[in-house]
Every structure is written in C-alpha cells, then in structure tokens.
Design a binder for this molecule. Structure first.
Ligand SMILES: Cc1cc2nc3c(=O)[nH]c(=O)nc-3n(C[C@H](O)[C@H](O)[C@H](O)COP(=O)(O)O)c2cc1C
Length: 253
C-alpha cells in the first residue's frame, strides 16, 4: 500500500530522477504506434467528419459560463455526427504534417498521445449497443463487441454505493467515454517521468469533452469512482500495458 507522501511525490516533478536513465527514445528504439493495431477480424465503422453545422451554441463564453457536471440525461439518442464531434473535440486529430506526424485537439506531454478513447454505446443513432475503440487518425470506430444488458454492465463497474452525488446516473447515459493509457507511448520518451504527464493529458481530454458537450445541448460527468478490473476486462485490455484511467458519461440534456 503506497503512503500519502509517496503519492504526493508523484504529483511533483523532479526531472533529476531521470539522470542516469537512457530512455528508449534516446536508445533509438522504434517509436510506438499512435493508434492500436486491430486485427482484420474487427469491423471498422466510418465516422462522419466533425461538422460545425451541428453546433447549436458556438459561444465559448457561454460554454465556460454554463459548464456543469450533468448526471441526468434525456432519453434522446446522440447522433453519429454528435458522437464523432465529441470524440474529435476530446481526443481527435486537428493537424496532419509531413511524415505522418499528427497533432490533436488536446495537448499531450511530449506529443506522446498515450490516451486511447473507447466508447460504451447505449443510445447512439446507427450504432449497436456495445464497446468501440476510436481511431483518431483514420476517424473510424472499431467495433469491439456487442453488449445486450448494457445498463447492468455499466452498474457492474460504477461502484454506485460509493458514488459521491447520484448513484446509477451512468446507466442512463447515451454513451460512456472510457480513456485508457498505453503508458509506453509516454515512457518511451520520459521513462519514470511519464506517469504524471499521462494523468494531466487525460484531464485535458475530459475538459474538452465537457466544453464540446455544451455546444450541442449535451452534458457529461467525469467518473473517477469506478471498478478498475471490471472496466479493463470489458474493454479487453490487459490492465498492465494498457489500462483505464478515467471515464465520463455523456448524453443529451
Ligand atoms: C477527477 C474527477 C473525478 C470525478 N469523479 C466523479 C464521479 O465518480 N462521480 C461523479 O458523480 N462525479 C465525479 N466528478 C465530477 C465532480 O463531482 C464535479 O466536477 C464537482 O462536483 C464540481 O461540479 P461541476 O463539475 O458541476 O462544476 C469527478 C470530477 C473529476 C474532475
């Protein structure tokens, strides 16, 4: 069990801890891929290009002014264009350079982009209920698996008895964003200094989701209270080289 002081130290930045460590980047090892490589057995779904026409409120001022954690959702589905917009705004590609270099809508320490976006879909037009991985470079979804009893599955990881405000809110969301990290993408460059940056990266992503939701009459609520192993298993990630770090439930207000 780690101590409070150890965990506080993790929040600080002592780059001198890296002295004497040759990072894999400095060793000249190959850079890890920025997207997951799925086998050909998985179905890929094209996402609509993010379209500014779907935005109902384009006042950034009002989005900041009105942003709240939203835990009650309308029964209305999110459209595929809306989901595509939320994925793009939170963790999508907004610049393509030479040599396949891409930049994102959210910053990332060392441009390492270790955060993967998954979506647990309950109520999105045109998508089966189930689990999907977002491929930001290709603007596609990978259909990982169908889930019939999706609300029960959501209950199984939400730790509702420990939820600080409203138990069982996530089971009514149209979609749940789940962010995992593939830590090696950041460790490649920062080794033992990677891990604080990873958590800061995912905070940027979630904040963009909050603000993007405001623009389309949707709302979201960050989720830090969840059952780690249940979510990891649901996403089919190994819990070691890829694991969940944060979630958010989203839906129309
Ligand atoms: C890291 C983090 C984890 C959170 N986890 C939860 C959670 O598990 N359940 C929940 O209902 N709200 C969660 N929230 C939302 C906070 O409760 C919320 O931001 C706070 O009450 C302030 O309200 P506001 O976002 O409406 O301004 C979380 C927020 C953050 C930033």
């Amino acid at each position: 069990m780690p101590s409070i002081n150890e965990n506080r130290r993790f929040l600080k930045t002592y780059f001198s801890d890296l002295d004497g460590i040759t990072t894999d980047s400095k060793k000249g090892l190959p850079k890890p891929s920025a997207e997951k490589n799925w086998s050909e057995n998985y179905v890929l779904i094209d996402l609509p290009e993010p379209d500014p026409k779907i935005i109902k409120n384009d006042s950034l001022y009002n989005s900041f002014k009105n942003r709240r954690s939203v835990r009650k959702y309308a029964e209305q589905a999110l459209s595929l264009s809306e989901l595509s917009y939320l994925l793009w705004a939170s963790n999508g590609v907004n610049q393509r350079g030479e040599g396949g270099i891409v930049k994102r809508t959210t910053p990332s320490g060392g441009a390492s982009y270790s955060i993967e976006s998954y979506i647990i879909v309950q109520n999105v037009d045109g998508l089966e209920r189930g689990v999907y991985n977002y491929l930001p470079i290709e603007n596609k979804l990978v259909f990982i698996k169908k889930i019939e009893n999706i609300s029960d599955i959501i209950d199984s990881f939400m730790l509702d008895s420990k939820q600080p405000f409203l138990p069982y809110f996530a089971r009514k969301a149209a979609a749940i964003f789940v962010w995992t990290t593939i830590p090696y993408r950041s460790e490649y460059r920062f080794d033992i200094m990677a891990h604080k940056k990873i958590l800061i990266d995912v905070g940027h992503i979630c904040q963009n989701l909050y603000i993007a939701c405001e623009g389309i009459d949707a709302g979201c609520c960050a989720i830090g209270v969840y059952e780690q192993d249940v979510v990891d298993k649901l996403l089919q990630v190994d819990g070691k080289d890829e694991f969940t770090v944060y979630l958010a439930a989203a839906g129309k207000k």
